[in-house]
Design a protein around this ligand. Structure first.
Ligand SMILES: Nc1ncnc2c1ncn2[C@@H]1O[C@H](COP(=O)(O)OP(=O)(O)OP(=O)(O)O)[C@@H](O)[C@H]1O
Length: 634
């Protein structure tokens, strides 16, 4: 097949431009990226061979080799791993499949200043392309294990790349960088210096479990024989070493390799279990939530090793779904190398391990909360929403999750509160913990349901995540105190309030009985009861749900998930102190013809729905009725 020239996908071209004119100061990391890819390729081959012994591939000496050619100014990173087919090279190297990278590029374009750019670029892994930070041309020669023909890919990082098939390519991949001239002032070091390469490997890739070899510079004694390659990395599994032997930086580099993140993790968690089922775990809490955390195909879970041998990525059996953002390694001593995902799901030991790891992650978050509030706040901001899923799905750890959860509250405009602190602040006689759910803090705060609470200074939790309704419902109480939505059921804040004596209420109820009954008839399709409210101080009306009914937001959520739920009728509450309601009652009593009042009732209902952020049932009709009224009021 002749050499063919292809154009890079638009995003890929943008990323390349960025690499070429890189503002990223630490260019050394290109080597980490290439070694990381090579290491993954070796893992993949070893596994593929394990599953399919007939695969025509040599796995006897899997390793990574770095070659320097000072005269040609090239640096080559070679592996004898899985390799890529012709089509794979085009797909994997010519395009950017990772949507996170595309998002990153968009953000980068929007960042106006250089400092913003630098901050952003440091946050994203750009893998293979980072070679263009130090090279003006890259060549990749690869042959997929089991295939006979290889592929050569080559590009100068501009608009195009070439592909050709090659007959005599060795198994695996070699990436050759044609290095730019060294320019130490711009952090562009001399990457033909073995010393420099050794330093970079030691710093970033020491823990890689495959040997990274390099042939030392020619022998000083003048003999022709090439010196034997030396291994640059210790290959020591960090999780098997004691804490004081490993620096924080080393842990962080491992995290970056397995977490595909360029930033340091927020927290490192070590766990060694001895006894009948031995294992070691090294887990990381990232500092930032990945953009695809809530997508269906988010790759979750930590890596599983068996006695230092990599078995699988994204082992979801080791942690519950609500901890899917945790990255790391679990190395179990007593599992079979052939263990499959299905077996893991049913294994009793794995189940024990999962419970222990879950508890350890939660206790680490608790510790962060008490010892380093700022770090905890970052954690909760990034991952609180996911963790709250556990309140619904993991009853065993519900209390532990509640203990580390925090929520926005009317107590403070920006600082979230824990349930414990809320409980400590509860007013004399207050028995329940109040919350309200909604789209945003602002819309909740402006909701009519909040009025009486605001007036009486009763704290309300302001919950804005879709999952909040679900867990608040499922959890029901915290340390004996009921969790109550201020938009559900009867709220009787006046029960212990002397301001409105019972006699007055009775009088009110009597006075309004006719109107309430009549309005219920008018609004029968949507409303199951019309009653006087003790929630409202300013607004004329609001709609509330019965204590055990689904709220409209939950109904919508279930529908979005494809579940059929009947629409629950709601309750309309009227504020007997509001002029509009008083006037309506008066008119109801005086008028024979109530057709216009029926429209007022409809409008009042529509306004109440709007005030809580909903939509009147027939918006066009609502607008027409309203416009007619406004016109008459001119
Ligand atoms: N040495 C290699 N051997 C086999 N496949 C490789 C090799 N290098 C890269 N690839 C393939 O090309 C893909 C793209 O590599 P690239 O480094 O751009 O991104 P990545 O490794 O997937 O992600 P990132 O580096 O951003 O964490 C890899 O996922 C892998 O499938």
């Amino acid at each position: 097949m002749p050499t063919e020239t292809f154009e890079f996908q638009v995003e890929a071209r943008q990323l390349l431009q960025l690499m070429i004119h890189s503002v990223y100061s630490n260019k050394d990391v290109f080597l980490r990226e290439l070694v990381s890819n090579a290491s993954d390729a070796l893992d993949k081959l070893r596994l593929e061979k394990l599953w399919d012994d007939s695969l025509d591939a040599d796995v006897s000496d899997l390793h990574i080799q770095i070659d320097i050619d000072k005269d040609a100014r090239t640096l080559t990173v070679r592996d004898n791993g899985i390799g890529m087919s012709y089509d794979e090279v085009g797909q994997l190297i010519g395009t950017i499949a990772n949507s996170g990278t595309a998002k990153f590029l968009r953000e980068l374009r929007e960042a106006q200043d250089k400092a913003g750019e630098e901050g952003l670029i440091g946050q994203f892994g750009v893998g293979f392309y980072s070679g263009f930070m130090v090279a003006d041309e890259m060549t990749l020669l690869t042959r997929r294990a089991g295939e006979s023909q290889g592929t050569r890919w080559s590009s100068r990082g501009e608009g195009t790349y070439t592909l050709e098939t090659v007959d005599d390519a060795p198994q695996g991949t070699s990436v050759t960088l044609h290095l730019k001239p060294a320019d130490p002032e711009n952090q562009l070091h001399d990457y033909t210096s073995p010393w420099k390469i050794k330093e970079i490997i030691k710093r970033y890739s020491d823990f890689i479990t495959w040997p990274i070899r390099m042939v030392p510079e020619g022998p000083a004694d003048g003999s022709d024989e090439a010196p034997a390659p030396e291994t640059l990395n210790s290959m020591k599994a960090l999780w098997a070493r004691s804490r004081d032997e490993v620096s924080d930086d080393e842990y962080h580099e491992l995290y970056k390799h397995i977490g595909h993140d360029w930033r340091d993790p927020l927290e490192t968690i070590r766990l060694q279990a001895e006894g009948t089922f031995e294992y070691q775990a090294l887990l990381f809490l990232p500092a930032h939530a990945p953009h695809d955390l809530f997508t269906r195909d988010f790759r979750r879970g930590v890596q599983l090793y068996v006695k230092r041998v990599f078995i699988m990525d994204d082992c979801e059996a080791l942690l519950p779904p609500y901890l899917r953002f945790v990255k790391g390694v679990v190395d179990a001593a007593d599992l079979s190398l052939n263990v499959s995902r299905e077996i893991l799901q049913q294994d009793r030991h794995i189940e024990m391990m999962r419970r222990r790891l879950t508890k350890k992650v939660l206790s680490t978050v608790k510790e962060m909360m008490t010892k380093d509030r700022e770090r905890y706040d970052t954690f909760w901001r990034e991952f609180g929403t996911v963790l709250k899923e556990g309140l619904v799905t993991d009853t065993e750890n519900r209390d532990a999750i509640l203990a580390v959860a925090s929520f926005a509250s009317t107590h403070h405009e920006s600082e979230p509160t824990t349930l414990k602190s809320y409980a400590e602040r509860m007013q004399d006689g207050q028995e329940d913990i109040y919350y309200l759910t909604g789209e945003s803090r602002q819309s909740i705060e402006n909701s009519p349901h909040m009025e009486a609470f605001r007036e009486r200074g009763i704290e309300v939790l302001l919950l804005t995540d879709p999952v909040d309704e679900v867990w608040a419902d499922a959890v029901g109480e915290y340390e004996g105190k009921k969790l109550r939505s201020v938009a559900k059921g009867q709220i009787d804040l006046d029960a212990k309030d002397e301001d409105t004596p019972d006699a007055e209420r009775e009088k009110q109820t009597e006075e309004y009985a006719g109107l309430l009954g009549w309005m219920k008839e008018q609004l029968d399709e949507d409303i199951k009861e019309v009653r006087l409210s003790s929630r409202l101080t300013v607004s004329p009306a609001c709609v509330v749900s019965d204590a055990h009914d689904l709220t409209p937001a939950l109904e919508n959520m279930y529908r979005a998930m494809g579940q059929e739920v009947p629409r629950a009728k709601r309750i309309l509450e009227l504020n007997p102190h509001h002029q509009l309601v008083k006037g309506l009652n008066q008119a109801y009593k005086e008028r024979e013809d109530r057709s216009e009042l029926a429209e007022t009732a409809e409008l009042l209902h529509g306004l109440a729905v709007l005030a809580e952020g909903g939509q009147p049932k027939e918006p066009a009709r609502f607008v027409k009725l309203m416009a007619d009224r406004l016109e008459r009021a001119l």
